[in-house]
Design a protein around this ligand. Structure first.
Ligand code: GDP
Ligand code: IMO
Ligand code: MG
Length: 432
């Protein structure tokens, strides 16, 4: 059975965790494809709220194999902490697998993240300071240390010694920081490697075996397509590819094996950190969205910037990722508005743009052209079927679907597992 990709359509935090948990109920395997502990994926269940950072969001489904794929960068201490927390809360980890090819985030990576941010001064990206960027930089520079290296004491010592020597030169000579000590770090990593060892596998083989056996494989992306290092709002992006293509690469799945690309969009826009957000609302309306949507970062607790839905960005993302269907989340947040705006074009000087300019300074200058939709002023949180939704909500969803260019098949009306309404719309590519 071919694979399903779940990706964020905006700037992250669209509700990918909740969607992945929902689709995991029908899946044999969930593979996390990219990012690291910069991600924060929330699942609200009757047993409480789970905030996952590295562990795939299928973990609450006991029959689902959960794979941390090769495209993820893993802080092993953070992963072990997360595993311990889950175990304490009664969540079994015998179905957790970790790719031996995934790269390791080491203690010098968050320090380098922090000093790079400090150097950017007013232009800071607002990273999560988890060391993801420097870890991916080491990966593409071909000096990274991988999970497989944690399984081999001699290889680890050799590679770590070389890396620490180089990194300490940078830390001490360029940034005037204290050096990282090799011996305690080496011993810590051997200990963490030992904890992870029972879970470490060549995960791409496991995923391919599952696909060959006609099993349902769900690929969970972190972040969102507008944070993609190639097609996002560069340089205010993350350091991996949270796209459909990136999902394939990170999970070890071929593009020809994908049937569904589910993009998760909020019914409005949010962004954490720096960089352009063309529809940003720096007023009471933006505050209302933030408070109603409880828009505070899952990983860092930072208030999220808020704005109206950006259909220019959404259509761009839909086209580039071959999105076959959309899950529209947090619709309930808009229950309180008399009117709701959607950005359907960008004005830049005298020109109207229907796509995002590559230059971030130009994107920062665009003025959104809005279409105003009437609100519905009725609570949607108890809706469980499409017919429970007010006419105004249907009209808004239908307008967005046309603007995005893909059918909206699911609607989120609250954080709980059952607050997900199937619309009855058919995906662009029907299930085989
Ligand atoms: P992710 O990173 O894409 O998994 O999203 P996050 O978990 O960081 O942020 C999404 C937030 O919205 C979480 O607090 C979810 O519990 C919450 N959430 C998800 N779907 C809905 C929804 O439909 N309505 C409301 N009100 N909250 C939702
Ligand atoms: P999930 O998976 C929202 C943002 C950061 C910063 C930029 C770069 O929960 O949707 P990084 O630490 O990756 O170098 O930071 O990307 N960012 C996210 N924003 N949700 C996320 O993940 C994010 N992961 C990174 O705020 O602007
Ligand atoms: Mg999140």
């Amino acid at each position: 059975m071919p694979a399903t990709i779940i990706m964020g359509g905006q700037w992250g935090d669209e509700g990918k965790g909740k969607l992945t948990d929902a689709l995991a109920a029908e899946a044999a395997v969930v593979v996390r494809a990219n990012g690291g502990s910069n991600a924060g994926h929330t699942i609200q269940t009757p047993a409480g709220v789970f905030k996952l950072h590295l562990v795939p969001s299928g973990i609450l489904n006991p029959d689902c194999l959960c794979v941390v794929g090769a495209g993820v960068v893993i802080d092993p201490a953070a992963l072990v902490r997360e595993m311990d927390e889950l175990q304490t809360r009664g969540v079994g980890l015998d179905k957790l697998r970790v790719s031996d090819r995934a790269h390791v985030v080491l203690p010098y990576h968050p320090i380098l993240d922090q000093v790079a941010e400090a150097q950017r001064a007013d232009d800071e990206i607002g990273t999560t300071l988890r060391g993801n960027g420097p870890a991916y930089a080491d990966k593409v520079s071909r000096v990274g240390i991988r999970i497989a290296d944690l399984m081999d004491e001699a290889a680890l010592l050799r590679k770590l010694s070389r890396q620490i020597e180089q990194k300490n030169q940078i830390l001490t000579r360029v940034y005037g920081r204290a050096p990282v000590e090799l011996t305690p770090l080496y011993h810590e990593l051997i200990g963490l490697g030992g904890r992870l060892r029972p879970h470490v596998v060549p995960s791409e083989i496991l995923v391919q075996d599952a696909l060959a056996a006609e099993k349902e494989v769900v690929i969970e992306c972190a972040q969102g397509a507008m944070l993609d290092v190639d097609y996002g709002t560069y340089p205010f992006v993350t350091s991996s590819s949270p796209t459909a293509a990136g999902a394939c690469q990170g999970a070890g799945v071929a593009p020809t094996q994908v049937r569904r690309v589910v993009a998760v969009f909020k019914a409005y826009s949010t962004r954490v950190g720096g960089g352009p957000l063309p529809t940003e609302l720096l007023d009471a309306t933006g505050d209302t969205i933030r408070e109603r949507g409880r828009e505070y970062g899952t990983t860092t607790g930072r208030p999220r910037r808020t704005g109206w839905f950006d259909a220019v960005a959404a259509r761009y993302v839909t086209r580039l990722n071959g999105v076959t269907e959309v899950a529209l989340t947090l619709l309930d947040v808009l229950d309180a508005f008399e009117e709701i705006k959607v950005c359907t074009g960008y004005a830049l000087n005298d020109i109207t743009l229907d796509h995002l300019p590559a230059r971030d300074d130009l994107l920062a200058q665009v003025v959104p052209c809005y279409t105003t939709c009437p609100g519905w002023l009725r609570e949607t949180t108890r809706a469980r079927h499409a017919e429970d939704l007010p006419d105004g909500a249907h009209a808004y969803v239908s307008f967005l679907s046309d603007a995005i260019g893909a059918p909206i098949t699911m609607i989120g009306v609250g954080p709980a597992r059952d607050q997900l309404v199937p619309t009855g719309s058919r995906p662009l590519v029907p299930a085989r």
